[in-house]
Design a protein. Sequence first.
Length: 213
Amino acid sequence: MFDISLLFGSTMEADFGTIILGTNDGSTSFVDLDPYPYAEMRACLEKMRLEYQEDKMAKNSYIRSKLIEALIIYFRAHQKRNNLTPPSSNYRNKKLIWNVIQYVNTHYINDLSLEILSSQFDTSVSAISLAFKEVMGTTFLQYLHSLRIRRATGLLLNTSMSILDVSLEAGFQSFRTFSRVFMKIEGISPREYRLKYSREPATSSPQSDASKD
């Protein structure tokens, strides 16, 4: 649970960057660390906690470096435990998609399309589409929708915004599209998701939300 933009302030290898921001590869979403990497991870997180509480020079840079270190410890253990092999793709595609992914992760609530990305990175639509599929194992649209729905679920659980406002804040131009994509990814409607998982009862009227669904 950290602001992904914190990582974008650093120089990062394309292969590692695409792993961090990639989609689910079907393996577990957690890993039990062996004693040595566990000690490394614990020390790393403790240093981040202490640094966060202080007001020292280059505070964000230090936290960023420790965050990257913690992620490397995790992904190495995750790869070992799940017997994963890095996806085979050429360096040019990895570098292109890493740049595209950074852009998408910081602009996903805006109007985005392959044509817009093509213009932004002076590359053909087909090149971006193929590289995205090769490196990320998913399509651009599926990746964009997953980012928007992830934001929407956070807003549903942590704010009292109406479901219509949540859809707009998550980057969807059409409420009908938002409802359809949400149902496809989460398996239930936005209103049902809020009622099922929210710790606090929503302050907005259930009847008004239902009418918007």
